[in-house]
Design a protein around this ligand. Structure first.
Ligand code: ZN
Ligand code: ZN
Length: 240
């Protein structure tokens, strides 16, 4: 089995992250992962102000992709696959977006002004896959739970950034109700994180498109759960 992180941030791009792209790549190599997908907060989320302020679209994309590029450069040196994605923000619903690359972003400056539904339509028509990250998270910065099942391809059923594993339990049930493919992610922002998730694959991912296909064809091998998260008899048990 091959291990991949599907949800993580870098200090170069996300305002809330402290781990650099290089540090993130080194850490996951040490942990025995085969690859990572950098999913920094998109232009409508918590990316650095400098990225939001830049009027030049090409420069904006350059700045936005800086964390990914740093991780990719290190990954190439140490033998860790590094893929690109981003976390689109729809008023509290965080949507992990996979399969759109630099070239796509450069040729679609209109996405900055699109509402989520138009974005989802355009992303899907361009071959992307959308995963609803931590759909049942409760936190001070979130006013409501916003579900958009018609507009996504799968559900992140385990997220290490949730303060209570009950939020993960509910996400798992949500995925079951709709028959969604399930993913896991650490939502890693910092080097001090010590609880990890992600997904297993039976075959290695050679590109982000391999992951997009795994989502669409439901061939993800399974979710990586931290050791302290115990599932029994279809009921989720969790310890604080
Ligand atoms: Zn963040
Ligand atoms: Zn995130």
């Amino acid at each position: 089995m091959y291990k991949y992180e599907t949800h993580m941030h870098t200090a170069e791009t996300s305002a809330c992250a402290s781990a650099s792209g290089k540090e993130q790549a080194d850490r996951y190599k040490e942990l025995g992962y085969d690859g990572i997908i950098i999913t920094d907060h998109f232009l409508n989320g918590n990316c650095h102000e400098a990225i939001k302020k830049t009027a030049d679209w090409a420069e904006k994309i350059d700045l936005f992709m800086a964390g990914y590029e740093a991780a990719k450069e290190e990954g190439d040196k140490i033998g860790l696959k590094v893929f690109f994605g981003f976390e689109y923000c729809y008023e509290g619903a965080d949507i992990l977006t996979y399969g759109l690359d630099r070239q796509w972003l450069l040729t679609h400056p209109e996405i900055e002004g699109l509402d989520f539904f138009s974005f989802s339509r355009l992303a899907h028509s361009s071959g992307a896959a959308l995963i609803h990250a931590h759909p049942f998270r409760e936190a001070g910065y979130l006013r409501e739970i916003r579900l958009v099942p018609q507009w996504i391809d799968g559900v992140e059923v385990f997220n290490c950034g949730n303060a209570d594993d009950a939020y993960n339990d509910r996400a798992d049930r949500f995925a079951d109700w709709y028959g969604f493919v399930k993913t896991g992610g650490t939502d890693n922002h910092h080097l001090w994180v010590n609880r990890f998730s992600g997904i297993y694959m039976e075959r290695p991912l050679e590109s982000i498109n391999d992951y997009v296909n795994a989502i669409k064809q439901k061939t993800i091998g399974g979710v990586i759960y931290p050791d302290d998260y115990i599932r029994k008899d279809g009921i989720l048990y969790y310890e604080a």
